[in-house]
Structures are given as structure tokens and as C-alpha cells.
Design a protein around this ligand. Structure first.
Ligand SMILES: Nc1ncnc2c1ncn2[C@@H]1O[C@H](COP(=O)(O)OP(=O)(O)OP(=O)(O)O)[C@@H](O)[C@H]1O
Length: 367
């Protein structure tokens, strides 16, 4: 089957510092050679710590910013060479929803107006039928049509995210980028919104790029996962395969930091020692080598390529084949180092929750 989205060798560097005369002095290598593909009706999760380049990839895919290099094909077309008319059509086919729906919904517009606007803008439905279409879309996201007269502030966080989803759906997209869509919601509401997204995907054949730092959420929704570190994908696989047996030492550490829902269940968290490098000045060789428990000399000088095992599981690590299976991994030390605390904080509900330990980002409510 042809992929809906094919991204090849994507690069985006930002100028971080300029001289007095405007010459670039330093670059942030926000996205540095990223390739992936996504089929219609499927979900690809982009995961990684804050600053690894997830949002930049999203903005590139939506053509909100231009890449320095690489290609993006959407539905068989080269996205980077679309003329104005074709770009306008693409703007309808790819939508985004954000972590904070309140910030993206105009507070002075009623829900009805918010949903009518895209219909009118893209001239999708004749004026006389717009009201009925708005009612239909509201039902689709589990809201009653009579709520169209209300304003965003009259809704709860979960309902507002439903409105944001409704607005994205109004233009009948093929792809929705979900940028941390449940991170700001109460734990009890998260699974409802995730279930809604899944249901809509099944009914409408939508593809999702699901951007998240929260692996417990990703496990719930992704078909494929791409783990990013400092602007690069270090491992990509089907979600089941990746969660069952992560291969890259970075993925192993991230997965071991997923909080275990049962209070007494045993988990072997991998403690990462060493300096956390930044995309501003990534280390040579493997960008994870300063924190990797398995580092050897080669890792410090030679950048590993993403190599597939032939059945869809690709890893960028010189030592993939030598490492013990991830099931056999034991913690590097018994305690909680400050570095681990930071990692857990980045990958769970937030610093407060991480400090308390035993966090369950999805809560215990039945999904
Ligand atoms: N417009 C910009 N100018 C300069 N640097 C930028 C710009 N946008 C992003 N960056 C830098 O690029 C890197 C990647 O940022 P990006 O927002 O894509 O990461 P992220 O993984 O989405 O992180 P987060 O989860 O915190 O949003 C970061 O170091 C960031 O500071």
C-alpha cells in the first residue's frame, strides 16, 4: 500500500546566535536527517524528551516552516513543490490539534461560529447546509448540537479538546497531527479523548502523527513509534515490537522510566548517568554516547545509521546486535540518581508527579 506521508532525509537547523553583522555563529540542529512514512488510517507516535525536535518535524510536515534539506511526499505529491492552489488544498488535508485547546480556540466566537469558519473558508458546504453540518460534526465528537451557541470558556478542558478535534474534522482531513493532545487534561479524561481519537480514526480512516513525551499514552494509541533524540530518529518499529523489546539503549531507558500502574509491581529503571547534551552542540558520533551505559570508542566518533532488521524494526546503534535482550536488563544502580529523576519527570505527568513516584499517566479509569 502506498504511504500517505513519506518523509526522507529531513533537515532543519535554526540559527541560535548571530554576530553583530548578522553572520550565523551557532546553529540548533533541531531536525537532522529524519525519515519515516505513515499509511492512511494509521498512527505514528513521535516520542522523545523535550527539545528533541518533535514539534519542528510537525511544523515541517504541515509546511509551516521550510526544511533546509529533504523531501516530503503527501498522497503521492511532492509537498515542497506545490503551487499556491495545491498548497491551499493541502492545508485542508492536514490539520493539527494542540495540547491546550483553549489557546487555539477564539474566545469571542461561539462553537457554531468556530466550526462554520473552516467550512466557509474552504467552501466545503453550501451556506444553507452549514448549520446541519456543524450539528453532524458535534455529534461525531460526542457533543450535543445545541451546544453550538456556547463559547469555549463555558466548557471543561476535555470538552474543549473535543471542540478542537471537531474543528480539525470540519475540513475532512486525511492527516491530523496530535501535538500532546491529552497532556493538559485531567487523568480521568485522558482515556476518553484517546478513545474518541481511535474511534474517529476507524470511522474516517484518518492518519495521526501523535507527538508525545508520555509513553504510557503512546502505548495506548500508536501503531508505529519513532523514538527521537537530539534531532534524529534512533529507533523505529511497530508499537508492539518496540514496547515488548526496545533495542536502542535510549529507548530502553525511556521505556524503563514508564511508571508502573500497580504500586507493588517491580520495574527495573535504567539509570542514565552523564551529561545531557543539547541540539545546539550535539556531541560527535552517536548523540547518545555521553549518557549511554554501553558506550565504546566507536560510538564517540562514528554516527550510527538507522538500520532495519528487514522486518520493520530499525535501530541506530553500533552495538544493537551485541546488547543483551532488553528483558534481561537490570538497573545500573539501585537508587534514583538526579539524572533519572529528570528523565522520569520528562516522561510522566510532570515534575511534581515524578517526584511523588508511582505515577500512572492514564490513571486507573477503565478505557
Ligand atoms: N524558531 C526557532 N529558533 C531557534 N531554535 C529553535 C526554534 N524552534 C525550535 N528550536 C530549537 O530546536 C530544538 C528542537 O525543538 P522542538 O520544539 O522541535 O522540540 P520538541 O521535541 O518538540 O520539544 P518540546 O516537547 O519541548 O516542544 C530545541 O533545541 C529548540 O530550542
Amino acid at each position: 500500500m502506498m504511504a500517505l506521508l513519506e518523509v526522507e532525509g529531513l533537515v532543519k537547523h535554526f540559527v541560535a546566535e548571530r554576530s553583530l553583522f548578522g553572520r550565523a555563529l551557532a546553529h540548533v540542529k533541531a531536525v537532522d536527517g529524519v525519515s519515516f512514512s505513515l499509511e492512511a488510517g494509521k498512527t505514528l507516535a513521535l516520542v522523545g524528551e523535550s527539545g528533541c525536535g518533535k514539534s519542528t518535524v510537525s511544523r515541517l510536515v504541515l509546511r509551516l516552516i521550510e526544511p533546509d534539506a529533504g523531501t516530503i511526499r503527501f498522497d503521492g505529491r511532492d509537498l515542497l513543490s506545490l503551487d499556491a492552489g495545491a498548497l491551499r488544498a493541502f492545508r485542508r488535508e492536514a490539520q493539527i490539534i494542540f495540547q491546550d485547546p483553549y489557546a487555539s480556540l477564539n474566545p469571542r466566537m461561539t462553537v457554531g461560529q468556530i466550526l462554520t469558519e473552516p467550512l466557509a473558508l474552504h467552501d466545503l458546504v453550501p451556506p444553507a447546509q452549514r448549520r446541519e453540518r456543524v450539528a453532524e460534526i458535534l455529534r461525531l465528537v460526542g457533543l450535543e448540537p445545541r451546544l453550538e451557541r456556547r463559547y469555549p470558556h463555558e466548557f471543561s478542558g476535555g470538552q474543549r479538546q473535543r471542540i478542537a478535534i471537531a474543528r480539525a474534522l470540519a475540513v475532512e482531513p486525511k492527516l491530523i497531527i496530535c501535538d500532546e493532545p491529552v497532556s493538559a487534561l485531567d487523568v480521568s479524561i485522558r482515556s476518553q479523548i484517546l478513545n474518541l481519537l481511535r474511534e474517529l480514526q476507524d470511522r474516517l480512516g484518518l492518519a495521526y502523527i501523535f507527538v508525545s513525551h508520555d509513553l504510557a499514552v503512546v502505548k495506548h494509541i500508536a501503531d508505529h513509534v519513532a523514538v527521537m533524540n537530539l534531532g534524529q530518529i534512533v529507533e523505529t518499529a511497530e508499537a508492539d515490537a518496540l514496547f515488548a523489546a526496545p533495542r536502542h539503549p535510549y529507548s530502553r531507558a525511556l521505556l524503563s522510566a514508564i511508571p508502573v500502574p500497580k504500586p507493588r509491581a517491580k520495574s527495573s529503571r535504567i539509570v542514565l548517568q552523564g551529561e545531557i547534551p543539547s541540539a545546539l552542540n550535539p556531541p560527535p558520533g552517536c548523540r547518545f554516547h555521553t549518557r549511554c551505559p554501553y558506550v565504546v570508542d566507536r560510538c564517540r566518533s562514528e554516527m550510527p545509521q538507522l538500520v532495519s532488521d528487514g522486518i520493520g524494526h530499525a535501530t541506530a546503534c553500533h552495538r544493537t546486535s551485541e546488547l543483551p535482550s532488553s528483558a534481561a536488563i537490570v538497573p545500573m544502580d539501585g537508587g534514583f540518581s538526579p539524572v533519572l529523576e529528570k528523565l522520569v519527570a520528562a516522561f510522566s505527568a510532570g515534575p511534581e508527579a515524578a517526584r511523588g513516584g508511582g505515577v500512572s499517566p492514564l490513571g486507573t479509569d477503565p478505557a
